[in-house]
Design a protein around this ligand. Structure first.
Ligand code: GRG
Length: 319
């Protein structure tokens, strides 16, 4: 799997639809151009002076844009929409809302009250750089901005579809998703957990939102029931694979490449796939999940090729 797919140096506009044989260069250009569109929209969403505190705006900008990031979630939203025949630009505001929610979750996850991490994306974490108070407020404001973007009326998007997307995303990050999973993760520290509980924690903490990013894209595109089913399955499998690989990288990765502390999960006594299945066993589980996910996309044909490529990247990545 080649990392250049997400290499911003080869960014080019490319919008003529997938060619019959899909050469690697077409895929790379397509993904890089979508990533560039996401970055431009994220910047635009945080432009302009702030009414009360420009410092808060700077912290938000650092958390969501300036510190880097792979932009996997917005890419998944846009590519899912395109896989169902939708137009990228219609899903762009929602895709960027996904990145703002993700940024909120990362800066909160790093706080002393949670994982107490001092390094993220190769830089000091948000609270180390700006203090805990502004970090908590930046998280609040990023989350609010995300919902503002998702709820902004658009002539290309029926309000009923927009409402279903907002409901889906809200549920995936709340009690029954990310926040619930994170709470279970905190409570499971240094405790013996069953394989079933481990899966439940990871499903909630990470997979539910990743899956929702994908399903949101297909809802925006007005997907048919069979397309939605395919993308739901792909999302669940890729969400699981993502967290398994994250656990592997926390144990075997290199800080200079991952940009964050290695070995922290073990130090915090976290329930992880590598603790339960070993590194090789976890790799096998991630590959099996990827294959089930890719198989689910089969009925969609070539329009799902870019989505498949991001799925493969999620499992092959080293950062
Ligand atoms: C936002 C409602 C709400 C609640 C937040 C703090 C919290 C509750 C949840 C933490 C969830 C979390 C951060 C899980 C870890 C997920 C993870 C491994 C993220 C890393 O994602 P990448 O690799 O990061 O896509 P980049 O840096 O590339 O963006």
């Amino acid at each position: 799997m080649s990392i250049p797919v997400l290499d911003p140096r080869s960014l080019q506009a490319h919008d003529s639809g997938p060619p019959a044989l899909l050469p690697a260069s077409w895929l790379a250009n397509h993904l890089n151009s979508r990533r560039q569109e996401v970055n431009a929209f994220l910047e635009k969403s945080l432009e302009g002076g702030a009414r009360h505190s420009d410092e808060l705006r700077r912290v938000m900008h650092h958390a969501a844009i300036g510190s880097g990031g792979k932009r996997l979630r917005p890419l998944l939203t846009i590519l899912a929409a395109e896989a169902c025949g939708g137009r990228a630009e219609v899903s762009l505001p929602c895709a960027c809302a996904m990145e703002f929610i993700h940024a909120c979750s990362l800066i909160q996850d790093d706080l002393p009250a949670m994982d107490n991490d001092r390094m993220r994306r190769g830089q000091p974490t948000c609270h180390v750089k700006f203090g805990e108070g502004l970090t908590i407020l930046a998280g609040d404001a990023l989350l609010s901005l995300a919902f503002e973007l998702m709820a902004t009326p658009s002539t290309d998007l029926p309000a009923t579809r927009q409402l279903s997307v907002i409901q889906l995303i809200a549920r995936s990050i709340g009690l029954h998703g990310m926040a619930g999973g994170q709470a279970a993760d905190l409570l499971a520290a240094n405790a013996a957990v069953s394989m079933e509980t481990l899966r439940l924690i990871h499903e909630g903490k990470t997979a539910a939102f990743l899956q929702a990013c994908i399903v949101a894209g297909s809802l925006i595109a007005g997907a048919a029931a069979w397309q939605l089913d395919a993308l739901r399955t792909f999302g669940a499998e890729i969400g699981l694979a993502f967290q398994i690989v994250d656990d592997i990288l926390n144990e075997t990765g290199h800080e200079t490449v991952t940009g964050k502390a290695v070995g922290s999960d073990q130090a915090l006594g976290k329930a992880t796939f590598t603790a339960a299945y070993g590194v090789e066993g976890s790799r096998r589980l991630a590959l099996e999940a990827l294959n089930r996910g890719l198989e689910a996309l089969d009925p969609l044909g070539p329009t799902s090729a870019p989505l498949q490529e991001v799925g493969r990247f999620i499992v092959a990545r080293n950062f």
